[in-house]
Design a protein around this ligand. Structure first.
Ligand code: PMP
Ligand code: GLU
Length: 397
């Protein structure tokens, strides 16, 4: 703890996903043969038609500040996308374009959470949600789930977690880290509970919506009675293999969109102008233009499921979306492997890193301390090698 720094920053945890990715990179630079299953990002190149649009935007001199909430024609393209893919009616005033869905989420949390407000986090949840709530001085309230319920919460659990202080709940389907997807019926049952508590807002993080292996994902705001209370978050990173381009967006009640624009106007302003121009082309393209990536992720999911099933002690669910496995590895806790006592998921992930050079992310920072996250957004050869190393290490334990 450095007393020259603010309490805010001293209390902020480092992002576990980024920390593990950085550690893997450092070890690789030291010559270690690291296989990274830590960072959740597509291993594809951005499609050529999007790259061409960016090159054109540079030549067309899109070098000035953009409107803080994004170019109007981009926000119109976002509205059309929401209508086409999600059956959601938004107007451009309800859209805010930001520097990644991460900024979109942070804007919303800072715009609506007051100190002491409770924010419900169905666990497992993406690492940064809890940190964002902390930054806003809100109180995170976890609603636990486990692999036995396919990592989904029940309406009774939701009802029990709500208090007069509850201001916000995060939904994320398909889910990072579990890959679970709520059906329309399951979402409706949760919406029925929320309908009784009109003070609660809902963030629906739909960044993995296209990375789905059975059917389509349902948008929470598509329930008429939830529309006015839901902030729909999405972005280009996952669907279009554009993690480094940094573009996310929200569709929200107009007053929330306005508040997020104000927030962003005092921090980063409008996002990268070149990325915004390319985003119009990406969003206008038919969803079929990215299906080759989804097909490949599905093939890898099926392969990794089969390979991981052969490791004794890994309890698995079959993810319906996103590109992660999130096995329960608590079988190994309390056991000594290669002279190391495995106390928890963090200890287990360090064992994999140090002994077989496989980088993963432990479940603690996702609110699921029994589990371990492995991204399968990497080549088949790397996936086969990673699982084979783990199997050799863990055989007979
Ligand atoms: N939400 C979830 C669930 C994520 O996994 C991520 C990580 N990419 C984000 C939001 C943020 O994505 P980005 O900032 O790259 O748009
Ligand atoms: N969202 C990705 C992940 O969960 C990228 C890392 C991050 O932004 O935290 O690994």
């Amino acid at each position: 703890m450095n007393t020259s720094l603010s309490n805010r920053i001293n209390n902020l945890p480092v992002s576990a996903t980024l920390a593990m990715a950085a550690l893997g990179r450092t070890l690789k630079e030291q010559g270690k043969d690291i296989i990274s299953l830590s960072l959740g990002e597509p291993d594809f190149n951005t499609p050529d038609f999007i790259k061409e649009a960016a090159k054109q935007a540079i030549d067309d001199n899109y070098n000035s500040y953009s409107p803080v909430n994004g170019y109007l024609d981009l926000r119109q393209a976002v509205c059309l996308k929401f209508k086409r893919d999600n059956n959601l009616n938004y107007t451009p005033e309800q859209i805010v374009v930001s520097t990644g869905a991460k900024q979109s989420l942070a804007n919303v949390v800072l715009a609506i959470v007051n100190p002491g407000d409770e924010v419900l986090l169905p666990a497992p949840y993406w690492v940064s949600y809890d940190a964002m709530v902390n930054l806003a001085e809100g109180v995170s309230v976890e609603i636990p789930s486990s692999i036995d319920t396919d990592f989904k919460i029940t309406p009774a659990q939701l009802e029990a977690a709500i208090t007069p202080k509850t201001k916000l709940i995060f939904f994320n389907s398909p889910n990072n880290p579990s890959g679970s997807v709520y059906s329309k019926e399951e979402y409706r049952a949760l919406a029925d509970v929320l309908a009784k508590h009109p003070q609660i807002y809902i963030i629906s993080d739909e960044i993995y919506e296209h990375i789905m292996y059975n059917g389509t994902a349902f948008s929470f705001a598509a329930f008429d009675d939830m529309y006015d209370r839901t902030i729909t978050v999405n972005g280009l990173s996952k669907a279009f293999a554009m993690t480094g381009w940094r573009l996310g967006y929200i569709g929200a009640p107009a007053f929330i969109a306005k508040a997020c624009t104000k927030m962003q106007g005092q921090s980063t302003s409008g996002t990268n102008s070149i990325t915004q121009r390319a985003a119009i082309i990406a969003l206008e393209a038919p969803v079929s233009s990215i299906s080759y990536m989804v097909d490949e992720f599905k093939r890898r999911r099926d392969l990794v499921y089969q390979l991981l099933s052969e490791i004794n002690g890994f309890k698995l669910n079959m993810p319906d979306g996103a590109f992660y496995f999130f096995p329960d590895v608590s079988y190994f806790f309390g056991k000594t492997i290669k002279g190391k006592l495995i106390k928890n998921s963090f200890g287990f992930s360090m064992l994999l890193l140090e002994d077989v050079y496989v980088a993963t992310v432990s479940g603690e920072s996702f609110g699921a301390p029994d589990c371990l996250r492995m991204s399968y957004a990497t080549s088949e050869a790397q996936l086969r090698e990673a699982v084979s190393r783990m199997k050799t290490l863990l055989d007979g334990i």
